[in-house]
Write a protein that binds this ligand. Structure first.
Ligand code: ATP
Ligand code: MG
Length: 663
């Protein structure tokens, strides 16, 4: 317990009831959670498997496991349940699938799979509409609104469409024995509400619950928390209202306000010392967030010294920005003998990463892109892996559905629905069901034929795949399903080219591995899953610059942060400048600033290339809000700060620089 302040120690030792730790960025909230887990297991006689911690992202879960691994003996650390709400949901559902009418090997559909279903049930192919419908349905699910109830909530045409699609969407998922990400939370809530004895079992199993980033839970997660902790209400939640940045995805800051009302015994502890950032960085963050309406009274101070001033650079355009950041990073790293992994480049939207990636690649600087898609997550690679998985295990239903319908071969959703229902009743896989007489009687011959043809194709290929080397089977498989033509039929030429290139790269890689180790395609398929996992595990050890969206950077810290594209229209986002939404954008800026430990470099462009044309840009209002003390401006047309008060601001900057040098 050494190295903790009195408030942190109090939070760790408090076990008399529900506890909320409410504090600003970098004040050691996550540290309280890690230390408290150790305390519960080592000093209070809790069994590691009875303690569960919930983080907001997989990355955070992994980080916490690493932190705990350093505190607890290995066998304890392995027993702990540290996961996201979603992976906890998967665990509950696997074990309790039967009570919900699911088989334990149900499939989890990703957003693209679900989009496909919605597109079919709503009979729309318009991508923009589809995205809107998907998000409306998801929001309803997160707010625990049933399809029946949704019909009464309809306010506009999109909601009307969504309400009509919702019921069929749910039915289709069920028929496929599949769940979506929202179900991973929603179904356990339903389960525990309808089966108190099952809730009881889980309450006894998870005797103490710790929740990080509590401010970003949604209604559904809040219910799950309540149902899991029961009347005993043994939990510690930590959070910061100023870092609530997932409102757009259904997170509800009211859950923070509700807590004291719904748990009258709730104790609230506040932490005030920030251990992460310099005084300069913290002051800028506090200045920005002071423009939001205050929910809770909080203080935050640091004794890490003033440190370097914040650098704000105006760039000619986005190319110049990317180049400037990469040059600055290299020089800075050299000067400070730092590692690449000490640096993060943070931005508002995923698409901003591209320009920086190019320059990093050109300068041979290793980088990791978080929040982006990994090679194995690409749709075309997932398509091919679906075939390989099906060859390995024909009972893999999600792979069956994906392979049977990609490319399209006359097996429609209606057929699969009948097949799914039949398989569910008989408790057999889709593949097995396809061959049964009972199923054949429920469909038309024109539905049955393509299905049987597909299954027989899988059978035939399977026989070859166990005997012959990969480089003989794989090209034939790709040819047989005519995947290249499928891509060119469905995508623009350039996209199709890229995607087909990826497939070839994947196939070559598999072939090479097969030849090297003398392995068949079946052997290799099993190792794909492992390679995938290993890649993810290795992430952290690589010395690489981190490229991340602001959303994905929550909870993390870096010695040096480049916050880029800080312009009106980007941060704040152009769709979020009205009074209802600007506060969440400001919190995003606050999160960005507070990721930095020692130095913060902010940049914005004076113009930005958009589809061949340059569009002029304004510096973000948030730059002004940081204040001018300890901020050094540079770059731009006249090397001027972003506002009109050129002279005095420059003087300020100069003073700040001199003051910084003295320190
Ligand atoms: P965020 O709001 O960004 O999630 P947080 O409140 O969870 O931040 P932590 O990540 O737990 O903060 O802590 C920030 C940094 O301060 C970490 O590097 C942590 O190890 C360190 N730290 C926390 N408490 C102490 C302490 N009492 N003494 C020294 N360092 C500390
Ligand atoms: Mg934290």
């Amino acid at each position: 317990m050494s190295g903790l302040n009195p408030q942190q120690r109090e939070a760790i030792h408090y076990l008399d009831g529900p506890l909320l730790v409410l504090a600003g960025a970098g004040s050691g909230k996550t540290r309280v959670i890690t230390q408290k887990i150790a305390y519960l297991v080592e000093d209070c006689g809790f069994k590691a498997r009875n303690v569960a911690a919930i983080t907001f992202t997989n990355k955070a879960a992994k980080e916490m496991k690493e932190r705990i691994g350093k505190i607890l003996p290995k066998q304890h650390a392995d027993d702990l349940q540290i996961s996201t709400f979603h992976s906890l949901g998967v665990r509950i559902l696997r074990e309790e699938a039967k009570a919900l009418g699911y088989k334990p090997r149900f499939s989890i559909f990703d957003s693209a799979d679900c989009g496909g279903i919605i597109s079919e049930v709503a009979q729309t192919v318009d991508k923009a509409t589809l995205r809107i419908l998907q998000s409306i349905i998801s929001n309803w699910k997160n707010a625990l609104v049933t399809p029946e109830a949704a019909r009464h909530l309809v306010r506009d045409e999109h909601e009307n469409l969504a309400a009509h699609a919702y019921l069929s969407y749910e039915a289709t998922l069920k028929a496929y024995q599949a769940v979506d990400f929202d179900d991973l939370i929603g179904l356990p809530v339903k389960l525990f509400s309808e089966h108190p004895e099952i809730a009881d079992k889980w309450q006894n199993r998870l005797r103490y619950l710790l929740v990080d980033e509590y401010q970003d839970t949604n209604a559904c997660q809040y219910q799950l928390l309540k149902l899991l902790t029961g009347v005993r209400a043994q939990f510690t939640a930590v959070g910061d209202d100023d870092q609530a940045i997932y409102g757009w995805r259904g997170a509800d800051i009211d859950n923070l306000k509700k807590l004291p009302a719904e748990f009258p015994a709730l104790k609230v502890i506040k932490l005030e010392q920030n251990y992460r950032s310099t005084v300069t960085i913290l002051k800028a963050a506090n200045n920005v967030i002071a423009n939001n309406e205050k929910l809770f009274d909080k203080k935050l101070w640091s004794d890490l010294g003033l440190g370097e001033p914040i650098h704000v650079t105006a760039c000619r355009d986005n190319d110049a920005e990317a180049e400037g950041v990469v040059m600055k990073l290299q020089a800075h790293r050299f000067e400070h003998r730092a590692h690449f992994k000490d640096y993060a480049i943070l931005y508002r939207s995923n698409h901003q990463a591209r320009g920086f990636e190019e320059y990093l690649r050109d300068h041979r600087i290793p980088y990791l892109l978080s929040g982006g898609k990994s090679f194995f997550d690409k749709a075309e690679i997932k398509d091919i892996i679906a075939y390989l998985r099906l060859l390995t295990n024909e009972d893999d239903d999600p792979a069956f559905i994906r392979a049977a319908t990609t490319p399209k071969r006359g097996i429609g959703a209606a057929t699969l629905q009948v097949l799914g229902t039949y398989a569910g009743e008989r408790h057999i896989s889709l593949f097995q069901a396809a061959f049964e007489e009972g199923f054949a009687q429920r469909v038309q011959p024109r539905q049955l034929d393509p299905l049987l043809e597909f299954c027989q194709f899988i059978n035939r290929t399977q026989e070859r795949a166990v005997r012959e080397p990969a480089h003989q089977v794989l090209p034939d498989l790709l040819k047989a399903i005519d995947y290249e033509a499928f891509l060119y039929d469905h995508e623009e030429e350039r996209t199709a080219q890229t995607r087909w290139g990826n497939v070839c790269e994947f196939a070559n890689w598999l072939n090479k591995k097969g030849e090297l180790d003398g392995k068949t395609l079946i052997d290799l398929t099993q190792s794909i899953a492992l390679i995938n996992m290993l890649d993810k595990q290795n992430d952290e050890e690589v010395d690489a610059v981190q490229l991340s969206t602001l959303h994905a950077s929550k909870g993390l810290e870096y010695k040096y942060v480049f916050l880029v594209g800080v312009e009106e229209g980007i941060l704040p986002h152009r769709e979020s400048t009205d009074p209802g939404k600007i506060e969440e954008e400001r919190r995003l800026m606050y999160v960005g600033i507070t990721r930095a430990q020692r130095a913060l470099f902010i940049s914005y462009c004076e113009r930005r290339k958009q589809a061949r044309e340059f569009v002029p840009c304004e510096p973000s209002r948030f730059i002004d809000e940081m204040g001018k003390e300890d901020v050094r401006f540079s770059g731009g047309k006249q090397d001027a700060p972003p506002d009109k008060a050129t002279g005095s601001a420059r003087l300020d900057a100069m003073k700040a620089m001199l003051a910084g040098n003295k320190r």
